[in-house]
Unconditional design. Sequence first.
Length: 551
Amino acid sequence: MKRFSVAVLLLALTGCDAVRARRARSRVPHVVLVSIDTLHVDHIGPYNTEVTTTPFLDAFARDGVRFEYAYTHTPITLPSHASLMTGVSPPSLGVMANGDQLPGEATTLAEIFSDAGYRTAAFISLGVLQETYGLHQGFQIFHDPFVDGPMRWYRRAHEIIGPIKTWIDGHNDEPFFLWTHFSDPHEPYLLPDGPADTELLLDGTPIGEYMIAGADHRRAEIELTPGEHELTFRSLWEVRADDRPETGVDVTMLIVEGLPGADDVVLPAPLRPTWSVSLRNDDAESRRVSIVFAGRLQRPPPSFVMPNYDENVSRVDHYLEELQGALEDAGIADETLVVIVSDHGEGLFAHNVLGHAAFVYEDQLRIVWMMKGASLPPGTVIEDRPGLMTDIAPTLLDIVGLSSAGMEGRSWRSCLTGAECPENEPWWSYGLNHETRGLTAMAGYRWPYKWIWRRSFRRIAFDASQDPREEHNLLKDPGPHNPEPLKRAAESFRNERRRLSRVLKASRPDAPSDERERLLRSLGYLGGGGAAPSEPDEKDEKDDDEGEREP
């Protein structure tokens, strides 16, 4: 049995005795948990009937159970997945940001299934979920695609579906718990077969054209004759009407191998649209030199992001169908419980926000939650009560017949069988700045009402069920529809903010390794590595609790 310290929530695996484990393996021998990174609910058919590009998810929802409203506690990948795997909220886990570490004392779904006699395997596709951050706990196989292959902080669905299908084919005759993670909708919003965006020239002579905005490490071999030379990167980005002044492809990493003194090469800033560096060969003979470089697309405009985002969502839908086909080919589809969730959403320019992490709008906090199999009633939609990320693990375990003792979340199994649904309870969500580990926004939910604090300006509030785009601020027009729950959320704000700030301070990791820091910078979660995934929506103002108006 594992225990947290007094300051951290107790999590324990209890009651999963041999009889219960045998019954679970017999009743639901195969469990597949699919998490899709950065998936906005409005961009798949089950949540938006105008979308016609996700046929597999549409059919999955018709044949299974869907939560119309489900939420994460934070729009950040690692803490959201930590809650998914433990049924415990990020503040209780002390996992508040990417780069944090899941405590060894936490009990994961994989550990529970492994103890119950299931084979366990995970296949991830984003660098912030690597083994070093602790989500490998309980997985007998934790497939890390970043050990070999291209130097890039993400993998596309087509790069990991092969190993997933191979694993299923090799374990179809035994109970298993399989977690698969797809991250195609995540920034940089590029298609794998996209055009070249940068040309490399030496002394005006073209060397080659490359797509570097996808963060791949590209390499060019050049012959450097004695004397001075000019290495030039020229952007091939086609100017669009909705470009911003900062829009363009930046070179974010340049390494010159095989040339003495190349450590002195400094990247100029800004790096667009064309820039050059000087290289000097002081030898009497030519040198063979390797140029290694990578880049990033800064401030991509809506005309670029939106079609590419939808295309990448459609690609995930295709590979989900392949995953289902692998279960069918193995002859185990009918005895498999499949759970499909998203870890968080994406701004996609609503409220002038492109990405996620720092904001708590519905676009970022609402998640997908659908399940199929294990005799779940097909075509069921839970419409009037929101589920939380912390509810997914206990619900899954309850369906299978294993204990979820010690988890914060609640099981919804009884609701799915026509019995009582869990009562709505208030909860808080948060956004933060990874560089400073400072809170940037908080949302207090008292369903269907939502009260929001944002660091940059005044409080706002919405009816999340009637106004999912958050266009009508209830605090602008006080009256009977500005109910008591909003006042209670405002009254509890300061205490909750202080609590979260204390957790952030206490859980601050030791100085990150160079590798970890490079990863977070490449993802935009730390400054200096490109545009942050989230963009400010208002002029930043001094944060001061004094004198701020509340309802």
